[in-house]
Design a protein. Structure first.
Length: 298
């Protein structure tokens, strides 16, 4: 691990992070900041947004726990009692010294997996990766390079054992105390049962700028249409296939000189970048989902 990250971890002080949304009304920022400062909390970050069309208020606030008068195990109770009912507030509370635990699901393509593991190994992310899960043996060697346990459950072509496989996977996820899942080009549809167990905590990478070319060989379809840009989209998984809240998107320009092979290479590079950006925001607790959209805090 780079020396920079060793030093950073030593200096990092415990903080509380709160993401909230509620109907927009006067006094919310004042009340929340007063609650923190009155209890000797030092506010490090505050970002807020008002959706005027829906009349909704969104905020992310982070403060130091050193010298904070309320024990961390009581903070959620205080906020619920003092503000949640009063402002019809929905909120989530996190602590920066409790690291998210990420499971990676893969099939046969390695480009996104390598990128995720490189960022993890370098210390770029404050996250743990207790397992990699796959429906193929192909990428076991990658997991072994990074010394991460690799589990394989083969799914039959007729999907007759899919329910059994997913039950075993969910048992493992629970044992490993996984808090969110990243589908790094995992070529299987996640069922409703797992989605309900990890609502807005399963991140997928889609090989196009949604909505776009559907079905097999999207880059070949794009080439045949003579498109001038290709893209990638990372989103949370919902029961509505490829239509969950979008976290991150990007595009790259192409020309008539590109062929399907060069489009695949450019597309895979883009997929890595877009997926990692989405994962970064999730780890930093800077994503708030509302309806089928995301509020991404800076």
């Amino acid at each position: 691990m780079h020396e920079f990250y060793r030093v950073y971890r030593k200096k990092m002080r415990p903080t509380a992070i709160m993401l909230l949304h509620c109907p927009d009304q006067k006094g919310i920022i004042s009340e929340v900041t007063k609650f923190i400062t009155d209890n000797k909390g030092n506010i490090l970050y505050l970002d807020q947004y008002v959706d005027r069309q829906d009349g909704m208020f969104f905020m992310r606030i982070e403060w130091e726990l050193e010298n904070f008068l309320i024990p961390r195990e009581k903070i959620k109770e205080y906020i619920s009692t003092l503000y949640a009912q009063r402002y019809k507030m929905t909120f989530n509370l996190y602590f920066n010294d409790i690291r998210p635990r990420m499971a990676i699901f893969v099939s046969k393509m390695s480009h996104c997996l390598y990128d995720l593991l490189a960022r993890y190994k370098s210390g770029e992310w404050e996250v743990d990766i207790p397992c990699i899960i796959s429906n193929h043996e192909d990428l076991r060697y990658v997991a072994e390079q990074f010394d991460i346990p690799y589990y394989v459950w083969s799914i039959k072509k007729d999907h007759s054992n899919k329910a059994e496989v997913e039950e075993a996977e969910m048992k493992l996820l629970k044992e490993k105390k996984v808090t969110f899942i990243v589908l790094a080009r995992y070529m299987q549809i996640i069922t409703e049962k797992m989605i309900e167990a990890y609502p807005h905590h399963i991140i997928n990478i889609h090989h196009s700028f949604l909505p776009a070319f559907v079905g097999a060989k999207p880059y070949h379809q794009a080439w045949e249409r003579g498109v001038k840009i290709i893209g990638a989209t990372s989103h949370y998984v919902t029961s509505d296939l490829d239509a969950g809240p979008i976290i991150e998107q990007d595009v790259v320009r192409i020309t008539h000189k590109d062929d399907p092979d060069s489009l695949v290479l450019k597309g895979r590079d883009l997929e890595k970048i877009v997926l990692s950006r989405a994962v970064t925001k999730h780890i930093q607790r800077k994503i708030l989902t509302y309806n089928n959209k995301t509020i991404i805090f800076s």
